[in-house]
Write a protein that binds this ligand. Structure first.
Ligand SMILES: Cc1ncc(COP(=O)(O)O)c(C=O)c1O
Length: 383
């Protein structure tokens, strides 16, 4: 995490709420991912935080990208617009996946000129892609267990394993290029068995598909790689060891393996600094009001089902803390950051509080509700 002294200095310079993005941490996360999963090419899932500066840093580090809307695609495209037409096309084909199984016709029409790789999970979508983006390559999104993930995705997307080969043959017979399979085990997956089961399922689908005349080239193991929000999250190295052994056991070297990490790349790269703007005792409990909340950087509490800790730079008398409520600045009671924050009782108006590891699914879903704009963003250690 960025040092307390630096966070204080930046807040004095820029005011609060302040979202501090540390690009050295982004580069470190990317490097770690590559180090522990050497066979897997990371496609940064930019929905986690689409800030162009973040995308640029990861682009320079050699990342590929998972995009799920035209605006996201165009943010990546900004980085390659000066390449030759051939280099640009090679980059799009090799390094971008449009990983949204349901695409509007308008999107498909726009995408077709770029000949991207796209995911799909149903027959209706095959008809749409055939008609509006026939140059796209296809990866079938498979439904896999999301047991124990913080964010479940399997109720919304994914072909049933029993239909997978049929859906791929149907696309092939429609004249489309089917490249492989993708899955997502659920975001913030601390249950590593989800990956093991999904990889094993994919392997059996690869085999069945080959026996029916369709040889697949690519496996996309999706996102879900957990951020170290608390001590209960096992180190990435341990997950990587499990993945490496399953991938090497079940997939020959020539199968290309990719992944779509979002949270893992960006969660630890940002810290939010906010100020105490109010203080009250309600039903005997100390309540702090701060200038950022769940309609803003803490929106992950609602959309991402994530719990955040609020810390202070100031020590209580004798180091004492008590259970407090922490509320955001809006008029809505939903704007509750925590009902059980351990904070000292001596915070004063204007004192700073901070939340580390808040880079993913936070600022990305911040709103202007109640007239409060999203936190100011500062980028540090950019290269
Ligand atoms: C298709 C897809 N890929 C990747 C991601 C990123 O997941 P994570 O942030 O858990 O790595 C998501 C998140 O919802 C997703 O829907």
């Amino acid at each position: 995490m960025v040092s307390p002294a630096k966070l204080k200095k930046l807040s004095h310079e820029h005011g609060t709420p302040l979202f501090v993005v540390d690009h050295a941490e982004l580069r470190k996360n990317f490097k770690q991912f590559k180090k522990y999963l050497p066979r897997v090419q990371p496609y940064y899932a930019m929905k986690a935080n689409p800030a162009p500066a973040i995308v640029r840093t990861l682009y320079k580090a050699g990342a590929s990208f998972d995009v799920a809307s035209m605006p996201e695609f165009l943010i990546v495209h900004e980085n390659i617009k000066n390449l030759s037409a051939k280099q640009r096309q090679d980059f799009i084909w090799d390094k971008i996946i449009y990983a949204h199984p349901i695409k509007a016709i308008k999107t498909l029409k726009e995408l077709d000129q770029y000949k991207p790789l796209v995911t799909y999970d149903n027959a209706e979508e095959i008809g749409k892609i055939k008609k509006y983006a026939p140059n796209a390559g296809l990866a079938l999104r498979l439904k896999v267990p999301n047991t124990g993930a913080m964010v479940e995705l399997s109720s919304k997307f994914g072909a049933e394993p029993g239909e997978a080969v049929e859906l791929m043959l149907k696309a092939k017979n429609a004249g489309l290029g089917v490249e492989g399979i993708s899955f997502h085990v659920g975001s913030q997956t601390t249950n590593f068995q989800n990956y093991v089961q999904a990889i094993q399922l994919s392997s059996s689908i690869f085999k069945e598909s080959e026996s029916r005349g369709l040889k697949l080239k690519l496996l996309d193991i999706g996102g879900g790689f957990p951020a170290p929000y608390d001590d209960g999250v096992k180190p990435f190295k341990e997950l990587a060891a499990v993945l490496n052994s399953e991938l090497d056991r079940l997939f020959p070297k020539e199968v290309e393996i990719l992944a779509e990490p979002g949270r893992y790349m960006v969660a630890t790269a940002a810290t939010l600094v906010a100020s105490v703007i109010g203080k009250a005792i309600r039903d005997g409990k100390l309540c702090y009001y701060i200038d950022d909340g769940v309609y803003h950087t803490y929106s992950g509490i609602i959309f991402d089902h994530c719990k955040y800790n609020v810390h202070t730079f100031k020590k209580g008398r004798g180091g004492a803390t008590q259970i407090c409520s922490v509320f955001g600045p809006t008029c809505d009671a939903l704007d509750t950051i925590s009902l059980s924050a351990e904070l000292p009782e001596n915070l004063q108006l204007g004192d700073l509080v901070y939340t580390p590891n808040i880079g993913a699914y936070s600022q990305a879903s911040s709103t202007y509700f109640n007239g409060f704009p999203p936190a100011k963003v500062v980028h540090i250690n950019e290269e």
